[in-house]
Structure formats: structure tokens, C-alpha cells
Design a protein around this ligand. Structure first.
Ligand SMILES: [Zn+2]
Length: 445
């Protein structure tokens, strides 16, 4: 079978990016479709579609532009991204991606890890979560198709990313939410000008109906009809992590999993860096973290099963409450091929993970990030990492969006604004325990 070369859907009519994307291919049966096709799931077997690239061309194009001249944003590695229309690409995500990789010495000391790093997507622009990476691709693809409306189904962060990026690109956004989510995220969508609709049903039910709505109306949905493009944005986290480590791939990457896009595309992105000869990434293990109340992927990995069995989510980590993860089978494949593992954490452990990260590294994350830290702690305690291994934990979302959902902590009485009363209060405060020790006690009872 010959592989087509990368070319424009409208040769000669647009200014092209350096994208080396060639075509859409089915994850399961291998049938392929033209890149400009509007198909988003395989008509033959129903599975999702991947995007293929001309890697020989990509390797040459990588040499053409020095790293110092590449943009410090989501498009830095555009050879390996799927957008071909340069004008569309220029309207999206110019400040997305390129989040800091933070050396986490204090958290590492707590966990016995001397080379721990945090990929801090909680500070991503514009909407403070990793979803800016994937939604950048969806909105750019929408513009490439010349459309002006975008929908999404969201547990929270996709919605705020779509609302924000649609506003900047000048397109209308429609956000559909399930019945349980962190309210601040939905309110942020409205504040950003999106039209918001909450439906009575969980995420999996809402997702199914939004798919029907997309087919009935022809409206594109960021994470349904644009999904093959959306998913490619997640690879940029892998590219950035390895680049920020001076092209020495880490021994381990751990991240929370919901639908499974990020963890499965970390695998693809790492593989592409190896293919292009940019870094040795074969030995990087990928580990995933899920809440105990919604752990279909982690359960399948630990039971060594090839497919996930859907569950009904029951967890305070609403952004991870996807019981029938579309990319679950890809995550299983990624984790097993890379010799990684999975773990899960109860709701109290998830909030203890948030506290431990906050009190050691000064980062306030949401329950998804707390899940990652709680499972990182368990895997470290179980000896899954050598003490000198480089471990990267991805912090996918910001705790300022979810603070109202965190368990209440005892709040001191208001006192008189007067020196003696304040001295007395200060002495009392000094006698209370530290957040680090409280979190550790919760994580290792
Ligand atoms: Zn197929």
C-alpha cells in the first residue's frame, strides 16, 4: 500500500502550514480516509480515527526550522499536527501550550523521588487546563472547514476551553453539560459568552445524545465530530516534556485518565519523537490514575484485559467521571506496551492529593490533579519507581475552578481587630497541624 504525501485539501488555494499529516486511518481495522473527509468514526467498524503523517518528510522539515525560531506555543511542532491551513492555525492557540515543567523537590522529598517534575497545565492559556491543547486543534479544524459554530459535551474543562477559544476565533459556542459537574466551570463558560445547556443525565448519556445532535444538525462538536483532530493536540504535552528535559525522555509519566485521550496520545507523541530521531523515548513508561468511583481503564489494566467494561461513575472528581471512555482501549495498549501500570484513589485520598501538592509545591489543582498525586504517592510507596528515576506528573487542571467542591476545612471564628486577641489567635494557629502531615496521614492511614 502506498502512503500518500502530505498535501493541501485545496492545492494552491491556501497558504500551508508545515503539517505532514496525510490521511485519517481507523484505529482498529486500518481503513483510511482522505484528511479533508468529514468522517469522524470508522464507517466500517465504528472505532475512532487516527491521523497519519509522512514521518520522513516531517524529519526533513524539522531540520529546516531551528528550535530557537519555533513558536513557544501549541504549534511549536506543527509538522506533527493535523492543521494544514496556515490562516486557520494563526487564529487559534497562539498562547496555548508551552506550560512550565516544574522541578518538584519538596513533593519529591515526601515521596522519596529525587527527580520529580510537574508538567503544569493548570496554568495553561487561555482556560487553565490541559484541554486548551486539544480544543486548539478542534477550533483550528473548524475554521479550516470554514464553519462558524462549534458545540461540545463537557465534564467541565472542555467547555471552558471551547468557550474561550471560540470567542477569540469569533465563532459561536454551545456547551452541553451532564447533571453533575463543578459549577464554576459552567458559569465560566457563560461568562465567556458560550450558550450553555445542562442535560439530565451523566456524561456518557450526554455524549451519546450530543453525537445524535451533531448528526441531526450538522453542527461540529469539538470532542465528537472533530475528535481525530482534537486528540492530536494532546501529543504536544509529550513533545514539550521531552524538549524541556533537554531531549532526555523521562523514565515515567503519570497522568489522570477520563476519556483516555491524553494518556493514549502521550504514547503516540513519544513514539513520533523516537521515529524522527529527536529523542530515545521507548523506555518511558506511562502510568494512569483514576478515581475509585470511576476506574474502568485502571481496572482493565490491572486485570490485564484488552477492553474496558463501562461503569456508572460515582466520584467527586467530576472531570474524570466518564464511565465508558471512548479511547479506553488505546490507553490499555499504551500503558501495557510501555510497561506502565494504573492505580486509583478514593475521594478522600484525591482531596489529600490536592492538599499534599498545594502544601509542598504551592500549586492548587482540581480533583483530577489530586487523583494523579494520590496515585503517584501509592506507586512510589509500592516501589514502582527507582529513587533516581525521572518522573513527570501531569497536572491537568486548576483548583481555583473547583474550590467550592473541596471538603470544608474548619474555619476559625472572626476575632476583634485588636493586638491581644490577634496574639492569642496566632499562638492557637501555630499549635495546629500542618497540611502536609494531614495529607500524608490521609494517604497512608
Ligand atoms: Zn474501522
Amino acid at each position: 500500500m502506498s502512503t500518500p504525501t502530505a498535501q493541501s485539501p485545496h492545492p494552491g488555494s491556501i497558504k500551508r502550514t508545515r503539517s505532514c499529516a496525510t490521511r485519517l486511518v481507523c484505529h482498529r481495522c486500518g481503513h483510511h480516509y482522505p484528511l479533508e473527509d468529514t468522517v469522524f468514526a470508522c464507517p466500517d467498524c465504528g472505532k475512532g480515527l487516527d491521523i497519519e503523517y509522512d514521518y520522513e518528510l516531517a524529519a526533513r522539515r524539522f531540520e529546516e526550522v531551528p528550535r530557537s525560531q519555533r513558536p513557544q506555543n501549541i504549534w511549536r511542532f506543527e509538522e506533527l499536527l493535523p492543521i494544514v491551513d496556515a490562516a486557520a492555525q494563526a487564529r487559534v492557540g497562539q498562547h496555548a501550550g508551552w506550560t512550565p515543567l516544574i522541578r518538584a523537590d519538596r513533593l519529591g522529598a515526601e515521596l522519596g523521588l529525587s527527580n520529580l517534575y510537574l508538567k503544569d497545565d493548570s496554568t495553561s492559556r487561555p482556560s487553565l487546563s490541559y484541554k486548551d491543547r486539544v480544543v486548539s486543534m478542534s477550533v483550528a479544524r473548524l475554521l479550516e472547514k470554514g464553519k462558524e459554530e462549534i458545540g461540545c459535551v463537557s465534564t467541565g474543562n472542555v467547555g471552558t476551553a471551547v468557550a474561550s477559544m471560540a470567542a477569540k476565533a469569533g465563532v459561536d459556542a454551545y456547551v452541553f453539560y451532564p447533571n453533575r459537574l463543578e459549577d464554576t466551570k459552567a458559569r465560566a463558560c457563560r461568562a465567556l459568552g458560550a450558550k450553555v445547556c445542562q442535560v439530565e443525565g451523566n456524561y456518557d448519556e450526554a455524549n451519546k445524545r450530543c453525537r445524535e445532535l451533531a448528526l441531526a444538525t450538522g453542527m461540529d462538536f469539538a470532542n465528537i465530530t472533530l475528535r481525530p483532530f482534537y486528540a492530536e493536540g494532546a501529543k504536544t504535552a509529550a513533545f514539550e516534556i521531552v524538549g524541556q528535559l533537554e531531549w532526555q525522555a523521562p523514565e515515567h509519566i503519570i497522568t489522570a485518565a477520563a476519556g483516555g485521550t491524553l494518556s493514549s496520545r502521550l504514547h503516540k507523541g513519544l513514539g513520533e519523537l523516537q521515529l524522527l530521531g529527536l529523542a530515545e523515548t521507548d523506555s518511558t513508561r506511562i502510568h494512569i490514575a483514576q478515581p475509585s468511583g470511576c476506574n474502568p481503564i485502571a481496572s482493565a489494566i490491572l486485570a490485564e484485559e484488552a477492553e474496558v467494561h463501562a461503569v456508572t461513575p460515582e466520584t467527586a472528581a467530576h472531570s474524570l467521571a466518564i464511565g465508558a471512555p471512548g479511547d479506553g482501549y488505546l490507553v490499555i495498549d499504551a500503558v501495557l506496551k510501555r510497561g506502565g501500570t494504573a492505580g486509583f484513589a478514593s475521594d478522600p485520598e484525591i482531596f489529600a492529593g490536592i492538599d499534599l501538592l498545594a502544601a509542598t509545591e504551592g500549586l492548587l489543582t482540581e480533583p483530577a490533579g489530586g487523583t494523579t498525586i494520590a496515585v503517584l504517592e501509592k506507586l512510589a510507596a509500592a516501589g514502582r519507581f527507582d529513587p533516581g528515576d525521572t518522573v513527570v506528573a501531569i497536572i491537568t487542571g486548576n483548583g481555583l475552578k473547583t474550590l467550592d467542591e473541596h471538603p470544608e476545612k474548619p474555619w476559625p471564628d472572626k476575632i476583634d481587630c485588636e493586638l491581644d486577641a490577634m496574639l492569642e489567635a496566632l499562638i492557637e494557629l501555630k499549635g495546629t497541624g500542618s497540611l502536609v502531615s494531614e495529607a500524608r496521614a490521609q494517604l497512608q492511614p
